[in-house]
Design a protein around this ligand. Sequence first.
Ligand code: ARG
Length: 469
Amino acid sequence: MNLRSGRLKDKMSHDAADFTSSLDFDRRIFQADILCNHAHTTMLKEQGIIPSDDAEKILQTLSKLSDEGIDALKMDSSVEDIHMALENYVTDQIGETAGFMHTGKSRNDQVATDLRMVLKEELEKILAEILDFISNILELAEENTETIMVGYTHLQHAQPTTIAHHLLSYGYALKRDYERVQDAYKRVDMCPLGSAALTTTSFPINRDRTRELLGFSKLMENSIDGVSSRDFIAETVSTLAILSSTISKICEEMIIWSTYEFGLVEIDGQYASTSSIMPQKKNPDVAEIARAKTAGVYGELITILTIIKSLPQSYNRDLQELTPHLWNAVDSCHSMVNIISDMLSSLKFNSERGLELAGANFSTATELADLIVKDKKLPFRVAHQIVGRTVSKAIEAGFKPSYINPEYIDIVAHELTGEFLLLDKELVKQALDPEKVVQTRKVVGGPATAEVKESIKQLRIFVQVESGQ
Ligand code: ARG
């Protein structure tokens, strides 16, 4: 059946047909389109809108096509899209009766429905993948609750913490990514079928029945909105863009941490490459590719937002151009989540190096200032100044943090306040010990072992509840 023969005299030029065809990326909605036609035809039959016998023939042919697969369709660009290819198939099989299938339906509501169906499946997969990623992080965290490292601000040594505490920061960021995807899912899970071209139809269709048959939770309440809106795509891809930013940040840290200078982690050879000229090289290529793919996901989001920004309501063919950008973003996220999760699981942490760095550059200075506040009841700003000046003096003199003792602090304290602090030697030693300092951070969300274990437990419960275990 040639769709054009009614209204148009000429065939579309070959180039124009190629240019406008969506067949390539429609492959992805093949099964969804069969289901969509199946549900619509079932409903038409139930409502007595089309003859029962004809409906049965259509339904059987659709099932046959589902078994045969997409290769049974004639997929050249003279056929505009998968919807036409599918209708042509049914027509070839059962003749013009096939035409009943399109009663009270348009490709406009059909494509919007198909996209939502496939996207729901993709999001369910991504959600499961994020949970696996979080589980892997939890395992690593469990093994490293007492592995000391220095935490950074401005990429400068800040305060001691543990690998587990740091890893949990990834875990909780991914939890929010999960929740964002879950939230976007709610607005993908709405059925536009029955909107037809834009104003529904005068046939007494039952939209709620097709919604139910296709497993959607809700209906799109307005038919113009039903066919026009792709904000479910913009919203989904924006959550995916944020998810990819989380992954990219993790990659960035692993790239830095695996340098000779940091020496904090060793990336497994399976996730590294070497140089064609420098035989010594072990490069973190997987993490680098993921970092760059993030830019691709952002690009897809901007493309999508730009396509929809000035479209007049209802269906415009521009909407077709959104689809490949959606799938690009979805595919990038699947691969990034999975591979970076595996890469992270294979990391080896260098605990000695972590401890060395934590003790090398005054990362315990805050605790020393806190000790002065607690022990001598001085305001924090005064303590901050005393310790700041002490550190600066020690650095100038080339002294290591371990050199600092109450007498050394008192030289500065006396200069600044005219008084000696006479701090307890043992307390000063403890305040300068990264392992001891970590254990003092017992506040909710802090790095003390007991607190981190509680955090691990809470996040594990979340994963278990969400994965229905
Ligand atoms: N291939 C189209 C798309 O992906 C399907 C809808 C076509 N509708 C139309 N009126 N030309 O959006």
